[in-house]
Design a protein around this ligand. Sequence first.
Ligand SMILES: Nc1ncnc2c1ncn2[C@@H]1O[C@H](COP(=O)(O)OP(=O)(O)OP(=O)(O)O)[C@@H](O)[C@H]1O
Ligand SMILES: [Mg+2]
Length: 254
Amino acid sequence: MIDLDGVTCRYGRGGGDGDADAAVATVAVDDVSLSVPDGEFLVVAGANGSGKTTLVRTFNGLVEPDAGTVTVNGTPVDEDLVAARSAVGMVFQDPRDQLVAATVGADVAFGPENLGLSHDEIDRRVADALAAVNMAGRERERIDSLSGGERERVAIAGALAMDPDHLVLDEPFTGLDEPARRSVVDRLRALHRGGTGVVVVTHDLRDVAALADRIVGLADGRVAVDAPPDEAVSALPGLDVRVPESGKFASPAE
Ligand SMILES: Nc1ncnc2c1ncn2[C@@H]1O[C@H](COP(=O)(O)OP(=O)(O)OP(=O)(O)O)[C@@H](O)[C@H]1O
Ligand SMILES: [Mg+2]
């Protein structure tokens, strides 16, 4: 469970020369209170610059709020960063910011290796995480030989290998073609069904709206919509969010 209470994040405040700073400070996240229960599939939507990335980065301490509190499983994130990072896995928008090793197996093993686990346990976690993204047995392949969709799935596997309660993905579909998008969506659906909480940040709801339990729409750093998909859809176009063409959300494909 992730809990935000009155979270506010600013950029450009202080550290410069005097009162000019106050004028240029951006309030990226403005007094947001939000709970994300275990197992929930939450979509965070909103236009460019509405504060989506900043908001979700508070979930595991990558961004520290200027005001308000974030707790994960009841513990304030700033009191136990390690616990927050193991409970909330983050997949960055650009896999190049995430993939650190030369091969698939080494990359997915990177996180678990830092947990001091046995080799057998690390190998098992890597194998399970790759299976969960439909890349079973591909440990020895080089990252630079993979397609964009495969890299995205390896980045997801790297987060999964830490066995998080919640998996947060920031714009996971950027730059992916339709088959690759579908493949990632299918994996997210399967993870959610398996009990992992999934948080997807996007300004394009076409692929994920049907999977969501809830959609939170941000506008200028504030929560403008917080509703199940079928209720949220009428409010979202006003937030400059791309919605499915029918204007309705189909049930998830079985
Ligand atoms: N490192 C930074 N320094 C200064 N301002 C920033 C920084 N990161 C974000 N901002 C500003 O904070 C606001 C919210 O940005 P954020 O990246 O959280 O929004 P977003 O909804 O994720 O946008 P996008 O759709 O472009 O990814 C924007 O006005 C942005 O310009
Ligand atoms: Mg962003």
